[in-house]
Ligand binder design. Structure first.
Ligand SMILES: [Zn+2]
Length: 286
């Protein structure tokens, strides 16, 4: 295998000036495809598995005082928004040494390591060894989680509470691998595990802020939040975590995986929503 320059497994940006108890992360927008990722489809097709450019949509938040974390490796390689044992036996060339707990997501091909890009389209050319999956966990998955854990711990101990927003984008229409096959989706889907992952005031603030800008907002349908929000959403401990899914039709040419004409407007609108979140967090500190 030829050697290649490898990026850090994440980009973590701290605000230059005032640091507030608000953190954003984007676990699915990574676009560095390493040579050990033996992909079956061509790169241009593989890229449709990304929450493409979500990192750029939220990048302005740093100037408003928000700490921002973004993955650099693609979610099909290893998915930080899954539990580490949510792995498909069928992907492996040999037995996994400890018990696995594959969930419905894995059964649909969307587990810790992605099996299908779209229904029937396999991600990997051949099966993976235990060492290969462990390499992905050690090199990418755990460093991402440690960075998120550490930043949230630090912000919470400095301010007494923290608001965390886990940002994603979704296909404009569900397919056979999602719970809503064939359905057209809202512009923005906010997931708070049916009210369990954060203060309801944060959910309401986000929903109202997007609606005020003209977006169609749905709550917990079809996405309620996954492993990251489950891991960090503990409102009784003053740690609030919420997921936002953005409809890709708003900002992306979904087939070409390139920003569309809507990108700049959406980016500006996200900055407006961010400003409202920051304002509310500041009010809570006073
Ligand atoms: Zn995502």
């Amino acid at each position: 295998m030829r050697s290649e320059p490898v990026p850090h497994p994440f980009d973590l940006t701290h605000p230059a000036r005032e640091q507030l108890p608000v953190m954003f992360d984007s676990p699915h927008s990574g676009r560095f495809y390493p040579v050990d990722f033996r992909m079956k489809p061509p790169l241009a097709v593989m890229r449709r598995g990304e929450d493409a450019y979500v990192d750029r949509l939220i990048a302005d938040a740093c100037e408003a005082g928000v700490t921002v974390l973004a993955a650099t490796y693609p979610r099909c390689y290893i998915d930080a928004n899954r539990d580490p044992d949510d792995l498909d036996y069928e992907l492996l060339s040999e037995p996994w040494p400890t018990p696995l707990k594959p969930t419905n997501k894995t059964r649909r091909g969307l587990g810790l390591v992605r099996r299908y890009l779209t229904p029937g389209v396999e991600v990997h050319r051949d099966k993976l060894t235990v060492a290969e999956v462990r390499h992905r966990l050690d090199r990418v998955y755990w460093p991402y989680h440690r960075a998120l854990d550490d930043a949230l711990d630090r912000l919470q101990s400095a301010h007494g509470f923290v608001w965390h927003i886990d940002w994603h984008s979704m296909k404009s229409v569900g397919n056979g691998m999602t719970p809503d096959a064939g359905k057209t989706r809202a512009d923005i889907v906010i997931g708070d595990l049916d009210g369990r992952s954060c203060d309801s005031a944060l959910t309401a603030l986000l929903a109202e802020s997007f609606r005020a800008l003209g977006y169609r907002v749905a709550l917990n349908d079809p996405y309620k939040g996954a492993a990251i929000v489950r891991r960090h959403g503990a409102p009784h401990r003053n740690r609030h975590s919420i997921q936002i899914e953005i409809n890709r039709a708003l900002y992306l040419d979904e087939a070409a995986v390139e920003p569309s004409n809507g990108f700049d407007k959406l980016r500006a609108d996200i900055a407006t929503v961010t400003a409202r979140v920051v304002e509310a967090a500041k009010a809570r500190l006073r």
